[in-house]
Design a protein around this ligand. Structure first.
Ligand code: MF3
Ligand code: CO
Length: 253
C-alpha cells in the first residue's frame, strides 16, 4: 500500500481545494427547499463554480464516467445519487450533497446531509448521530494512532445513536488523487491496518441507515440505496494529519 504524505506547501493546496468545496456546500444550503429538484442543485453549482473558481475542476465529473458535478442523495439514497430533474425535494426529506474539486493538481472532498424544512425526531437522530460520528472520528486522526480507531469511533458513535453503520462504503486517502489509499472504513475490522502519519490526508465519510445497513445499487450503476428504502445519512470532511493533530480542511472561512 502506498500512502501519500504531503508537504506543508502541498497541504495548503489541498486546503484551498477543500475550501472551495466547503463554500460550495454553504452556497447550496439556500437551494435546499421543497419544490427544488436534485438537478436544480447541480445547475446552481455549475454556475457558481464557473463564476467563482473558473480554474477549479469538478472532481466527480467524468470520474469513471460519473455524469455530474454533485452527488445528490435523497432519503433512501445513501451515496452517489445522480442529480435528476424528477427527484423533487419535499418537506421532511433529507438530502446528502457531496462535492469534490481539483485545484492545481490537488483535491478536496466534502459532503453534508441537509434537512428539507422540518423533519421527524428519528430523522433528527439520524443526522445528529452521523455528523457526531464524523467529528468523533476526526478526533482520532493524529500521527501514531491506528487507522482502525477512526472506524471504531464512527461505528461506536452510530451504535450509540441506535443507527446502522454502513460498512460496505467508506472514506479514502486524498491528495493528488480523489481516491487514494488507504480505504477509511466506517466499521472496525473492515479496512487495512496501519498507523497514521503526519502529512496524510483522509476523506472521512460515515454513512448510516436509520433502520438498516443493507444497501443495493440502482441500474444507473451509481446510486446506492437502502434495500428497504428507509432513510440514510452521509457526512464527509477532508482532514489533514498535522504536527498539532487533525486539521479539518473542508471548512468555509
Ligand atoms: N465523496 C464521494 C466518494 O469519495 C463521491 C465520489 S463520486 C464519484 O466516493 F463520482 F466521484 F465517484
Ligand atoms: Co469522498
Amino acid at each position: 500500500m502506498t500512502v501519500e504524505l504531503l508537504t506543508k506547501e502541498q497541504l495548503e493546496k489541498v486546503k484551498f481545494a477543500s475550501k472551495i468545496v466547503a463554500q460550495a456546500l454553504e452556497y447550496l444550503k439556500d437551494f435546499v427547499k421543497p419544490g427544488a429538484s436534485a438537478w436544480d442543485l447541480e445547475m446552481a453549482i455549475r454556475d457558481w463554480l464557473k463564476k467563482n473558481y473558473p480554474n477549479a475542476r469538478p472532481a466527480f465529473y467524468g470520474y469513471r464516467g460519473y455524469p455530474a458535478y454533485l452527488c445528490v442523495s435523497v432519503n433512501e439514497e445513501v451515496v452517489h445519487g445522480i442529480p435528476r430533474k424528477e427527484r423533487v425535494l419535499k418537506e421532511g426529506d433529507i438530502v446528502s450533497i457531496d462535492f469534490g474539486v481539483e485545484y492545481e493538481g490537488f483535491y478536496g472532498d466534502s459532503a453534508k446531509t441537509f434537512k428539507v424544512g422540518e423533519v421527524s425526531k428519528d430523522i433528527e437522530r439520524l443526522l445528529e448521530g452521523t455528523e457526531k460520528a464524523l467529528y468523533n472520528a476526526i478526533e482520532e486522526v493524529y500521527a501514531g494512532n491506528k487507522l482502525e480507531n477512526v472506524a471504531r469511533a464512527i461505528y461506536k458513535t452510530l451504535k450509540k445513536y441506535r443507527l446502522h453503520p454502513i460498512c460496505k462504503y467508506g472514506g479514502h486517502g486524498i491528495g493528488t488523487k480523489l481516491h487514494n489509499e488507504p480505504f477509511v472504513a466506517n466499521c472496525p475490522g473492515v479496512g487495512p491496518k496501519m498507523k497514521l502519519k503526519e502529512g496524510m490526508v483522509l476523506a472521512i465519510e460515515p454513512m448510516a441507515g436509520l433502520k438498516t445497513a443493507k444497501t443495493m445499487e440502482l441500474a444507473d450503476g451509481w446510486t446506492v440505496i437502502t434495500w428497504n428504502r428507509t432513510p440514510a445519512a452521509h457526512f464527509e470532511h477532508t482532514v489533514a494529519i498535522t504536527e498539532n493533530g487533525p486539521e479539518i480542511l473542508s471548512l468555509p472561512d
